[in-house]
Ligand binder design. Structure first.
Ligand SMILES: *Cc1c(COP(=O)(O)O)cnc(C)c1O
Length: 383
């Protein structure tokens, strides 16, 4: 799939309107929690900032435009956005979830929501047969997909999941955090709701926690908008300003992230200390063909299995200078992460084993530095 060039324009202009009183091209941040009314209930569209705020409105307009959605909703974190989706469910609902979802998503479902008599079935969604069998085993209310998956970059067929969701009258949710709206448009492939941790690529500078939901379904939007207002997990006007600012450079950042990731993945593939490299942009990657069909780029995340034991992996991690050892991803600076001990420590050990998250697995978030410097850093640390 080819990149939609108009995305570069949309990202810069969506929701960015000069302020009406002064003409300021960059509108001020509306920190006000409340808004003057002319008569009870008569106001200019804003009454209380949990319900709506001009800084959030502009940003939400940008969010919806990024995914080509009718509606965008901003939340205080990716997990707050996910929690709003969970709150759509009624007791007794059955949910199919891909087995290598983001660790925090698994924790939210297993530790917080399962007790409300919700049935979460974790399955390998790269196997269509497994999904079909799970769907045939009972009613399905919601299907939760994350693709590419974290940390082994598996690709799940969104169109195929949409077909199953439609048959079961289930809501299809896609976590699009890794791919970003530049490289993947789940709504166009049949998803009902897109989720983002805007903490990652959309924010892009590792300085704001945020989440978002996008949908073109009016009814779902109404329910989610009500949950946003009634449960109150909203971002501050300042965070909305920061994230809206980030949106403008999303396309140009992603282009460089991807270029670097491909260069790094190719370098690693030919290195003798690599057991396996996970990057859907590599022709030999098992998800490559499907990724090429449903994505217009492969994003900036690369994982690999080192041939050495744990202490050799730690010594490699310590030697890196350009890559910082830290959780999270999607910032302009390159990060390295040890999933087993860091981001995926909360994943049950059995499941970690099944997913191939062991001592030797390392995940890279390739930043926007020079690819030569990233490769030189890795090369030296691997010696
Ligand atoms: C980080 C992340 C989340 C959670 O988002 P927060 O902003 O940390 O709450 C959800 N999904 C994916 C894929 C993530 O990487």
């Amino acid at each position: 799939m080819a990149i939609d060039k108009s995305f570069f324009t949309t990202a810069v202009h969506a929701g960015a309107h000069p302020e009406q009183v002064t003409g300021a091209v960059m509108p001020p941040i509306f920190m006000s929690t409340t808004f003057a009314q002319e008569a009870p209930g008569e106001h200019k569209g804003f009454d209380y900032s949990r319900a709506g705020n001009p800084s959030r409105d502009g940003y939400e307009e940008a969010l919806s435009a990024l995914e080509g959605a009718k509606h965008g909703l901003a939340f205080a974190s990716g997990l707050a956005a996910e929690q709003a989706v969970a709150q759509l469910l009624n007791p007794g609902a059955r949910v199919l979830v891909c087995d290598d979802v983001y660790g925090g998503t698994g924790r939210l479902f297993r530790k917080l929501y399962a007790k409300y008599n919700l049935d979460f079935n974790f399955i390998d969604m790269t196997s269509l047969a497994e999904v079909k069998a799970a769907a045939a085993a009972g009613p399905v209310d919601l299907i939760w997909v994350e693709t590419p998956t974290n940390p082994t970059m598996k690709i799940i067929d969104i169109r195929a999941m949409a077909k199953i969701a439609k048959d079961k009258k289930a809501i299809l949710v896609v976590d699009n955090t890794f791919a970003t709206p530049l490289f993947q448009s789940p709504l166009k492939l049949g998803a009902d709701i897109v989720v983002h941790s805007t903490t990652k690529y959309i924010g892009g500078h590792s300085d704001v926690i945020g989440g978002a939901l996008m949908t073109s379904n009016d009814e779902l939007h109404q329910q989610l908008r009500f949950i946003q207002f009634a449960a109150g997990a909203v971002p501050s006007p300042f965070e909305c300003f920061m994230l809206h600012r980030s949106v403008k450079t999303l396309a140009i950042r992603m282009t460089q992230h991807e270029k670097n990731a491909l260069a790094v993945a190719e370098f690693l593939s030919s290195h003798k200390k690599m057991k396996k490299v996970y990057y859907p942009g590599l022709a030999k990657d098992p998800g490559h063909n499907l990724a090429k069909e449903q994505m217009s780029g492969f994003s900036g995340m690369v994982s690999f299995d080192h041939t050495g034991n744990y202490s050799e992996v730690v010594s490699f991690l310590k030697k890196l200078k350009v890559f910082t050892l830290a959780e999270s991803l999607g910032g302009v600076e390159s990060l390295v992460n040890h999933p087993e001990k860091m981001t995926h420590a909360s994943v049950p050990e059995e499941l970690r084993k099944k997913l191939g998250i062991g001592h030797s697995l390392v995940r890279l978030s390739c930043g926007i530095e020079s690819a030569d410097d990233l490769i030189a850093d890795l090369k030296l640390a691997l010696e």
